[in-house]
Design a protein around this ligand. Structure first.
Ligand code: UDP
Length: 328
């Protein structure tokens, strides 16, 4: 089968490319390298089953051509990371809303099954933990830039569902909770790569707020397996699924765990949200997925624990540092 992956050079996209090539599929990655990186897919370049198109997801002609040539489409291209979202709100909304509209239109035209990746961010500040797919989305005011990301991703979901209702276009929506693992960069704000790099450098770990807020981290390999299996599950069409791991941890406890597993002497530094993201920032206190639906549908259960995940990321960054030091 020939599979198109938008955002194929990104953190999750590149792991999805690896999994699909390894199972014998022909993969076409589309990426504009805004946040995607060549090094994520360098090992695939030259592989007979892998090809790459370097273009913007908003380029209708190119997207149409890529979709026409594929049997199935995974749409991962998106603005990512709280830092990038807050610093580039216009680009964030445009990439998400326009890009997904272009992809869905092309998939409708050629009737290609498509899986759209959304985010747990759409649950916003809901206090009803854990978050189930049919729960209300509780989004903050439009004066706070962060919510522009949540609303844009929610609009992508509404558009996908509209295509399903309008023409039974085969579309599935996956809401990804905090996904982490090797190749993720801390450049756009994501906490785990930042903590690991700080711990390895012996720098203070920057815990935002008071560190009592919680998240649930899922290994990218678990997420990728779920995406592949959801695409294969025809009853998933027209539906929304949470993907994640329900092991909840406070950000302060996460920092302590990283320090311990890295064997680091780094202290913890509490950073006010205002200092990290500016005055109009709102964080959510708890974010936990209800995984009942995906477990009952495809038998999904995450295999990696939080400690496995942290160890994997420490190993990744330790190797990178060693390679860089050897090359310097
Ligand atoms: N965070 C932190 N230090 C950092 C980066 C993030 O304490 O250097 C916090 C952030 O405020 C949030 C949590 O870690 O409460 C997860 O942040 P991330 O940006 O990874 O994901 P999201 O906020 O989208 O869950």
């Amino acid at each position: 089968m020939r599979i198109l992956i938008t955002g194929g050079a990104g953190f999750i996209g590149s792991h999805l490319c690896d999994a699909l090539v390894a199972s014998g599929h022909s993969v076409l990655a589309l990426d504009d390298f805004s946040t995607g990186r060549h090094e994520n897919i360098a090992h695939l370049e030259g592989h007979a089953l892998f090809s790459l198109v370097s273009a913007d997801i908003g380029d209708e002609a190119i997207v149409r051509e890529c979709v026409a040539s594929a049997d199935r489409v995974f749409h991962l291209a998106s603005a990512v990371g709280v830092r990038l979202i807050v610093e580039q709100p216009v680009r964030t909304i445009d990439t998400i809303v326009h890009g997904t509209s272009v992809v869905l239109k092309a998939c409708a035209r050629y009737r290609r099954p498509v899986l759209i990746t959304s985010t747990s961010e759409v649950y916003g500040k809901s206090g009803k933990v854990p978050f189930g797919e049919e729960d209300d989305l509780v989004i903050g005011p439009s004066t706070k830039r962060r919510w522009g990301y949540a609303v844009s991703k929610a609009l992508d979901e509404f558009l996908a569902m509209a295509y399903w209702h309008h023409s039974r276009m085969p579309v599935t929506v996956a809401r990804l909770f905090n996904t982490v693992g090797p190749r993720q960069t801390g450049q756009y704000g994501m906490v785990l790569p930042r903590f690991v790099q700080q711990a390895l450098r012996g720098e203070p770990l920057s815990v935002y707020g008071d560190g009592t807020q919680t998240r649930c981290f899922c290994h990218v390999k678990d997420v990728v397996q779920a995406l592949v299996r959801l695409m294969d599950y025809s009853q998933a069409r027209g539906q929304v699924f949470n993907i994640g791991n329900a092991e909840e941890v406070s950000i302060r406890a996460l920092a302590e765990r990283v320090i311990e597993l890295a064997g680091s002497q780094s202290p913890i530094r509490l950073v006010p949200f205002e200092e990290a993201y500016g005055p109009d920032f709102e964080d959510m206190q708890r974010r936990v997925p209800d995984l009942t639906k995906i477990r009952e549908s495809i038998g999904y259960a995450p295999r990696y624990t939080l400690d496995d995940i942290i160890r994997d990321i420490i190993e990744y960054y330790t190797e990178r540092r060693a390679t860089r030091a050897a090359g310097a």
